[in-house]
Design a protein around this ligand. Sequence first.
Ligand SMILES: Cc1cc2nc3c(=O)[nH]c(=O)nc-3n(C[C@H](O)[C@H](O)[C@H](O)COP(=O)(O)OP(=O)(O)OC[C@H]3O[C@@H](n4cnc5c(N)ncnc54)[C@H](O)[C@@H]3O)c2cc1C
Length: 387
Amino acid sequence: MTHDAIILGGGAAGLMCAAVAGQRGRRVLVIEHAPEVGRKILISGGGRCNFTNIATAPDRYISANRHFAKSALGRYTAADFIALVDSHNIAWHEKTLGQLFCDGSARQIVAMLLDECAKGGVEIVTGDPVRAVEHGDGAYRVTVGERIVSAPALVIATGGPSIPKMGATGFAYDLARQFGLKIVEPRPALVPLTLGEDETLFRELSGVSTQVVAAAGKAQFREAALFTHRGLSGPAILQISSYWRHGEPVSIDFLPERAPGWLREAKRGAPRTTMRRAMGLPDRLAETLAERIGLSGELANHADRVLDEAERRLADWRFTPTGTEGFAKAEVTIGGISTAELSSRTMAAARVPGLYAIGEAVDVTGWLGGYNFQWAWASGWAAGQAI
Ligand SMILES: Cc1cc2nc3c(=O)[nH]c(=O)nc-3n(C[C@H](O)[C@H](O)[C@H](O)COP(=O)(O)OP(=O)(O)OC[C@H]3O[C@@H](n4cnc5c(N)ncnc54)[C@H](O)[C@@H]3O)c2cc1C
């Protein structure tokens, strides 16, 4: 055997796993097909990497088995990662909703992971695709470039297919299938939603942003929504996209702060106010919504029951997206290697000795806001302890 463990993919999960195993004395090789490691880390959080969330909890993850992530998230927490970041003197700040970002640059996170790998004597090869993976006699043999390497443990850390431009592939699924592991159907998540011709209302508003509650099924998120020329984006929409299924409606509450009966009250307090002004929304949005509802002129001109109906529509504006902007624009992939195949403690495949899967390749997907990196660190750490 040339190594104790071979890790395929030098992203967030793969580098964390390599550093942990290397520092435990394992001879570790990381194979990354892109010219450099950690590309998604570099572009994440607008270049500042939202590296974790202090509100990390298993109920903020989507998976066919909602209990699966508990063990790893419980053993390597946001506080553990913050301690690592602090030990490298990387300055950070909380932006909103528990989201932690570097003050400087995402490059600092990649440099930190590389430094931790170096401490563990990890070997990293970049820029060469994996040509073949074979398994027999207790060894995994990987052909990379002209070289054949071998180890008793192989870790699949090649992520999901979101943003192929960045080097993302479905390689994890091909490999999993090669070893007979089941896949939960992958679909784009944390992705803008697209709208059809009948929703031109929204397209006219391209560039406008407002605080909403977006809901699909039982999920709802109170954050900003942004109108785009293709449909809707912004944190509230990205979050709800992970729960939305084709053909289902999405509901938007444009005025989540208002108590029931606010329009009647507004009419009583200032009868000459227009509907547009009463809403207190960005001008273009208020105008378009008032037009759609058909309420023009002063509030005093409208019966209370008409105002009640307007209030109801503004609180539950329903539309059915035509789709999403797909893997090209999706921040993450929902689905992936089935958790039913893996140990939640070690990420080892139950039926294939020595095979592990971590990070986004696995059917565990977090909310927007640092949760996905925390899963990458936690699952990488769990496997790093086991290999
Ligand atoms: C634009 C964008 C912004 C994001 N911002 C955030 C954020 O701020 N906070 C957050 O928590 N999450 C964020 N995410 C999500 C986060 O980047 C991922 O969840 C995380 O990177 C997953 O880690 P991973 O190691 O599993 O996969 P990756 O980081 O994608 O790493 C997989 C690696 O495997 C390599 N690879 C692929 N195929 C092969 C192959 N055949 N052979 C060898 N190597 C291969 C890839 O090049 C890649 O380097 C963002 C995602 C995107 C796209």
